[in-house]
Write a protein that binds this ligand. Structure first.
Ligand code: 5AD
Ligand code: SF4
Length: 483
């Protein structure tokens, strides 16, 4: 689809999306051309992503719009437009952003063309925006999670004014399709299938900053994936805060399992992943679809959070320790070689040593292939923040270290099970340390390094797994007999 607009007073911005944004892309392009003339050189941008896969995908959308406007992409923050796409799930994510803003300010003092933008989850917190307004006046543009698609329009405003442009929406039911995207990898891509979260786990700020759950229409998702496949994409990751509840709010409801099967029918798509699953909504139908659809990677990320039923209840997770164990058993029976990964929080308010032992017990019994472990972080506005019995830091850290020890030992054992096998690997890049090697990813999500060159990037190749190095493999390409 080509969108071109004549600009001028006689032509006001269209009201409909995405046409309106293409109009503003053209206007931003004109303004940028003037700036380029003034500077006597091309102008660059850099988008820095904090946080999860959803943010990474949003950043690809921001980059797509900025490239269309005419900015040149740069990896360095010494650029003419720097955007931080922020995360606020834990407090240290916020602190990192404030720290780095000081550095950006020093760059801006040296570059009269420089603009600074902030967006993403952290901007959805009113106290953050207040602080920026008061103490970070050098920031040019602030927007949230719901209006990423409006970047061109907001940038025009920021280019035309000296004041800080702030546009934060509390929530939205709007999903704007068909804007430009700049993919990080030509051969794999994230695909948003839903936005927001309705679960309200008591520690989590996400439902407040990402809004209510809404699913994209299946036709739009499948159309996007078909286009991606035509453009050379072999692997898609279906993204949502809680993909297992996909489709419940659609006018014509569709389950996530159905969407998975439909995705697998698209020619050219060879691998399908998805993120994130909630144990309470993971249906037998989905387990069936995973088992019966070879394109679905044998990997499931299933956040546990805690192994204590008492704590799970306080977390509002709506499953028990036994239900989680039973679920992972059922998944392992249906997909025997599956890799299970998880998220665990230690030090939730009221967590006792006994509760912590229950978490260790689940870790031992399930045998996770890897686990992200987090210290509980008190997020203002969440129910857990005002619970009694916040856990002292030394106790939290001690539990964290003990958990990490076990998680890592088990992950090493799990990784070793592939030794000697030949696995299909999607080659992602030249190895950063040794340019005679390439690095690829197995279906289980493990990394493999093996001799090869750039011509292999983006191909699926069989690799013999020679040597387990803890959490990854060294291998050699196995040549299959053709004919
Ligand atoms: N403190 C620590 N970890 C958290 N997570 C979410 N909220 C918090 C918090 N307040 C973790 C959960 C979630 C992952 C994305 O981040 O484990 O699954
Ligand atoms: Fe947060 Fe729970 Fe929603 Fe995940 S499911 S985003 S942990 S509220």
């Amino acid at each position: 689809m080509e969108h071109l607009y004549q600009l001028g007073k006689a032509c006001p911005p269209p009201a409909a999306e995405p046409e309106r944004q293409y109009y503003f892309i053209e206007r931003a392009r004109k303004l940028l051309e003037e700036k380029i003339q003034e500077a006597g050189r091309p102008l660059t941008f850099c988008v820095v992503t904090f946080g999860c896969q959803m943010n990474a995908r949003d950043s690809e959308k921001l980059r797509g719009i900025l490239e269309r406007i005419g900015y040149i992409k740069s990896e360095s923050e010494e650029a003419d437009l720097v955007i931080y796409n922020t995360c606020t799930v834990r407090e240290n994510a916020n602190l990192r952003v404030y720290g780095r803003l000081g550095y950006l300010h020093s760059l801006k003092k040296k570059n009269p063309h420089m603009m600074i933008g902030l967006c993403g989850c952290m901007m959805q917190e009113p106290q953050v925006v207040e602080k920026l307004r008061k103490s970070y006046r050098f920031v040019d543009l602030v927007f949230g999670t719901h209006n990423i698609y409006k970047l061109a329009e907001l940038l025009v405003q920021a280019m035309e004014s000296d004041a800080m442009v702030i546009d934060i929406w509390k929530d939205t039911d709007r999903i704007v399709e068909d804007l430009p995207v700049d993919r990080k990898y030509p051969f794999k891509s994230g695909v948003n299938i839903m936005f927001g979260c309705n679960n309200f786990c008591s520690y989590c700020i996400v439902p407040y900053v990402r809004g209510r759950e809404r699913s994209r229409r299946p036709e739009e998702i499948l159309r996007e994936i078909r286009n991606l496949a035509e453009d050379g994409v072999k692997e898609v990751m279906l993204l949502g805060q809680n993909v297992n509840s996909y489709g419940k709010t659609l006018p014509e409801p569709m389950t996530f399992a159905e969407l998975l099967r439909k995705t697998a029918e698209i020619p050219g798509i060879e691998r399908i992943r998805f993120m994130t699953s909630h144990p309470k909504d993971l249906s037998p139908e989905l387990i069936g679809a995973m088992a019966e659809t070879p394109k679905v990677c044998p990997h499931l990320h299933l956040p546990l959070q805690s192994g204590s039923t008492r704590i799970l209840e306080k977390m509002n997770r709506r499953y028990t320790k036994e239900q989680y164990l039973e679920l992972t058993d059922r998944i392992r029976r249906a997909v025997p070689d599956i890799s299970l990964t998880t998220d665990i929080i230690v030090g939730f308010p009221g967590e006792t040593e006994e509760d912590f032992q229950e978490t260790l017990d689940v870790v031992e019994r399930v045998g996770f292939d890897s686990a992200f472990t987090f210290l509980y972080s008190r997020r203002t506005g969440t129910p857990a923040a005002s619970m009694a019995e916040q856990i002292p830091e030394e106790i939290m850290k001690d539990r964290f270290d003990r958990l990490l020890d076990r998680v890592q030992a088990i992950a090493r054992e799990r990784c070793a099970r592939f030794q000697g096998r030949t696995e299909e690997v999607l080659v992602e890049n030249i190895n950063e340390q040794d340019s005679s090697l390439v690095t690829g990813r197995m279906g289980s999500n493990l990394l493999v390094h093996f001799p090869g060159d750039a011509s292999l990037i983006g191909s699926l190749v069989p690799v013999h797994l020679d040597e387990c190095r803890g959490f990854y493999y060294l291998g050699t390409m196995a040549f299959t007999q053709k004919g």
